[in-house]
Design a protein around this ligand. Structure first.
Ligand SMILES: O=P(O)(O)OC[C@H]1O[C@](O)(CO)[C@@H](O)[C@@H]1O
Length: 251
């Protein structure tokens, strides 16, 4: 586990974008795993800039997103498909046929989940998976007490997640209560993982992910077992960590 602690959100975004860009330069046909939420927005902006400056090319890239709300179509402006297109994909030369986001409108979610897993595997697996983290330590939409061996599946959202994500909706009643999400096992299969966190409301989850015992009660704690994971966190998200001790352990 590597931990990169930077000053603020802006630096976190730049660092994260550089890590994605270097993956793309080293392997132009990379399979990238992307996340939604507020945290990676700055990283997407930076990646667009890096693309516009001519340093990266998305032509051969394939992407898989972590999750999607059940019941929201691609056209719904609250869906993660819409988020990815409007905030990122429309600005770069990605082939939308190589963009994969779970279909939250699928009639048979189990079938959709299985097909998503097969597609990831047929593309050779995810080279670099980007993650955010929920205040309760969720990754993707894998809420506390999820089974570590879960692959892509339908999940029921935690009250806290519904509350946290209600800021994107007109009313809390509009927040879907279910989603389709890559499972912990899907995430752990990625060759490299990069988790991003900014702000003091993430400090407890970051502390737990790095130092607490590995337990499904704190899904992100499983990342301690991954052979190639980097946390890019700002000072506030790192505020519960002992940075001097971290230097000895991780830098
Ligand atoms: O970046 P945010 O908006 O704090 O969200 C954190 C996490 O919560 C989710 O938005 C799901 O609730 C994830 O996609 C994200 O990783």
């Amino acid at each position: 586990m590597r931990i990169i602690c930077v000053d603020d959100y802006d630096q976190m975004s730049k660092k994260a974008a550089n890590i994605v860009a270097s993956q793309m330069i080293l392997k132009p046909n990379s399979v990238l795993g992307f996340a939604t939420g507020s945290t990676p927005l700055g990283m997407y902006k930076q990646l667009i800039k890096t693309y516009e400056d001519g340093h990266i090319d998305f032509e051969e890239v394939t992407t898989f997103n972590l999750d999607e709300y059940c019941g929201l179509s691609k056209k719904n402006d609250k869906s993660y498909y819409y988020y990815m297109y409007e905030n990122f994909f429309r600005y770069v030369n990605i082939d939308m046929k190589k963009v994969n986001i779970p279909n939250g409108m699928a009639k048979d979610i189990n079938k959709e989940s299985l097909a998503y897993e097969r597609k990831i595997r047929s593309c050779g697996g995810i080279d670099l998976q980007v993650l955010g983290i929920g205040r309760n330590g969720h990754i993707g939409f894998n809420e506390p007490d999820i089974k570590f061996e879960a692959l892509t599946h339908m999940v029921k959202l935690d009250e806290q997640t519904i509350q946290d994500n209600s800021r994107f909706f007109d009313s809390i009643k509009d927040v879907p209560t279910k989603a389709i999400s890559m499972g912990i096992k899907t995430i752990m299969h990625a060759k490299k993982i990069m988790l991003l966190a900014s702000g003091k409301e993430k400090a407890e989850a970051i502390y737990g992910a790095i130092y607490r015992k590995i337990t499904p009660e704190l899904p992100a704690s499983v990342l301690q077992l991954h052979p190639d994971v980097v946390f890019v966190v700002d000072k506030e998200a790192a505020s519960k960590l002992d940075l001097e001790k971290l230097k000895e352990e991780y830098l």
